[in-house]
Design a protein around this ligand. Structure first.
Ligand code: ADP
Ligand code: MG
Length: 141
């Protein structure tokens, strides 16, 4: 099924000048960018985006990190994109991420892990709407 997911290149990867490499990986994998924004998240915006994690012990640190510098936010479209994008990203902890994944290449630790990706269709719908409220609905299957 053709579907869309929300990808984010986090402040650590932007600071390392890895935007080009990461977008190239999306394109080579057939995860086609259909919308892009670059911006610095205010802390309350990062808190809203990660609201699902608000009771976790790392919430304050995570949202401070996510608002520490510019990010690149993309909507990616393609066949089975949510699952294929998560596989391309690798495990949350870069030390456990498979070789060849984005987090293995660019992540530093479990928090500074270079990229974000929606983990389900419901999450993708929330996250796409959060940053691209004007976006058309996904194409029907
Ligand atoms: P993922 O981004 O792989 O979906 P989670 O949704 O579990 O992972 O966590 C969201 C983000 O919170 C992670 O990408 C990472 O930046 C940060 N994070 C997750 N677990 C930890 C942790 N134990 N300590 C610090 N930061 C964490
Ligand atoms: Mg997650």
């Amino acid at each position: 099924m053709i579907e869309r997911t929300l990808a984010m290149i986090k402040p650590d990867a932007v600071k390392k000048h890895a935007i080009g490499d990461i977008v190239s990986r999306y394109e080579k994998a057939g995860l086609h960018p259909v919308a892009v924004r670059m911006m610095q998240l205010a802390k309350p915006i990062a808190e809203g985006f990660y609201a699902v994690h608000k009771t976790r012990p790392f919430f304050d640190s995570l949202t401070t990190f996510m608002s520490s510098g510019p990010v690149v936010i993309l909507v990616l479209e393609g066949e089975d994109t949510i699952t294929r994008h998560r596989a391309l990203m690798g495990a949350t902890d870069p030390a456990k991420a498979d070789k060849g994944t984005i987090r293995a290449a660019h992540g530093t630790n479990i928090e500074y892990n270079a990229v974000h990706g929606s983990d389900s269709a419901d999450t993708a719908a929330f996250e796409i709407g959060f940053f691209f409220p004007q976006m058309d609905l996904p194409r029907p299957a």
